[in-house]
Design a protein around this ligand. Sequence first.
Ligand code: AP5
Ligand code: MG
Length: 214
Amino acid sequence: MKLILLGPPGAGKGTQSKRLEEALGIIQLSTGDMLRGEVASGSENGKKAKEVMDAGGLVSDEVIIEMISDRIDHDDCKAGFILDGFPRTVPQAEALDSMLSEKSLRIDDVITIEVDKEAMVRRITGRYTCSACGAGYHEDFQKPASAGVCDKCGGTDFSRRADDNEETVRNRLTAYEELTAPIINYYDDAGVLKRVDGMAEINQVTASLKEIIG
Ligand code: AP5
Ligand code: MG
């Protein structure tokens, strides 16, 4: 099973990818997580990416396409994968099509998670993550069962993303509208796009996704 999950910042791509990863035994490939890994490692790509990400812009297509093309070749992608945050521009969508055909792979479903603009800012500014295992939470919408303790690993240290402040979020939304929204039409025109109501409760969104995936 190979999926593309599309949607603006805060739509729930990461939240739902993690759930599908567990349910379907396929791996989440988040270009945002990969880039944050590069930043943390202090690599040249990471240094360049950090500036762009902190400003809420998009990292160059060239860097991203190479990163994904290499990653898809790893053994852990053989059972399937969920593309989260990629493609994000029309050139990336076109490059993905050629890379898949070169690797004799095909995507099963392209699904966009639709959310209202105001919800995105609230979701992102309230988001935090377990520093030990990466489990995602939200101050209002997804609290751990016991306050201050991660449900998954029992960790008590949490962190927030550097780009999750209101100013950067607004820039990320502008980048989405200008550069990423056109790929919705790209997949719609190809007749492969499916839509899910991302304003529904988290479990309901997961159920809608599973219904599409079958
Ligand atoms: P990336 O990490 O991909 O960030 P993003 O697209 O802005 O998306 P988010 O991760 O913020 O949102 P999400 O949809 O995953 O939401 P989540 O599930 O966490 O990219 C970061 C940066 O890297 C980019 O700005 C760019 O610079 C660069 N980059 C990455 N990929 C690139 C590419 N391909 N090309 C170029 N540059 C690239 O949910 C958010 C919160 O809401 C959580 O707290 C969650 O608990 C809560 N929540 C989720 N669903 C619901 C619900 N249904 N109801 C209530 N709350 C919910
Ligand atoms: Mg995410």
